[in-house]
Every structure is written in structure tokens, then in C-alpha cells.
Design a protein around this ligand. Structure first.
Ligand code: HEM
Length: 117
């Protein structure tokens, strides 16, 4: 059970890596757009995160304030991806604030995961 949980944490981290990695690629190649990989990363991190939000395979209590905060941030990132993709379809570019917020909020969620104990 504990091994299975660690496996789901690994999948969660793969989702984070895909979302943040896809964002960094857009930053570095100066396109600053929204790509399908970002949606995939968010979906993988979200589904694995929800599975981890249930108390199985652990002997300590989960921090539900922390998990709830991460869920709210994930929903905001999802909304930004949707709004940004819509603007990208119509105008060809994503507003800078939306692009930057997606990366910053993704990093914020990783920081909350690691630093909030
Ligand atoms: C973009 C969104 C997210 C990012 C970047 C992210 C990032 C991370 C990272 C880096 C860890 C590993 C931390 C560690 O092991 O010390 C982690 C663990 C965890 N995440 Fe997320 N997360 C995201 C969304 C979510 C969501 C939406 C939920 C739940 C609703 C969630 C629930 C959890 C839980 C419960 C753990 C602890 C796993 C354990 O140690 O058993 N995460 N997350």
C-alpha cells in the first residue's frame, strides 16, 4: 500500500514536470503560448493529487488546509489555461499576465507541497 502511494506521488510529480516543463519551453523559446502539454500536465497532477488527498498508505494525518489550498490553486491554473487558450485562438497571443501567472502558480503549488509542513 505504501509502495502504491509512492507510485502515485511519482505520477503526481510527472504531471508537475510536464506542466512546468512545457511552460519553461514556451518561456525560453519566447513564444509564451499555451500548449496541449500544459493541459495534460495539469490533468495528471490533478488526478494523482486527488488520489493522494485520501488517507491511504500512510500512518500520519494529512494536512487538509494545505491540500485544499493546492486544489484551489490547481483550479485557478486550469481557468487561466482555458482563458489563455481562448485568447490565443482569437488573437494569436496570450496576455503576459496570464502566461506568467500559470508558471508562478505552478511553482507556488510545488513550494506549498514541499515547504508547508
Ligand atoms: C499544479 C498543481 C500541483 C503541483 C505542482 C503539486 C506538486 C507537488 C509536489 C512537488 C509534491 C511532493 C512533495 C513531497 O513529497 O514532499 C506533492 C505532493 C502532494 N500533493 Fe501535490 N501538486 C499539485 C496539485 C495537487 C492537488 C490538486 C492535490 C490535491 C487535491 C495535491 C495533493 C498532494 C498530496 C496529498 C501530496 C503528498 C503526497 C504524500 O506525501 O503522500 N497536489 N505535490
Amino acid at each position: 500500500m505504501e509502495f502504491l502511494r509512492h507510485l502515485v506521488v511519482l505520477i503526481h510529480l510527472i504531471g508537475f514536470a510536464i506542466l512546468f516543463g512545457a511552460w519553461v519551453v514556451e518561456l525560453v523559446n519566447r513564444k509564451r503560448g499555451i500548449t496541449r502539454l500544459m493541459n495534460w500536465g495539469l490533468a495528471i497532477a490533478g488526478v494523482a493529487g486527488l488520489a493522494l488527498a485520501a488517507p491511504w498508505g500512510i500512518e500520519y494525518d494529512l494536512n487538509y488546509a494545505k491540500i485544499g489550498t493546492k486544489l484551489v490553486i490547481l483550479i485557478v491554473i486550469g481557468a487561466l489555461l482555458g482563458i489563455g487558450a481562448g485568447r490565443q485562438r482569437k488573437t494569436g497571443t496570450v496576455p503576459a499576465a496570464i502566461f506568467w501567472l500559470i508558471g508562478i502558480l505552478t511553482l507556488t503549488n510545488a513550494a506549498i507541497a514541499v515547504l508547508w509542513r
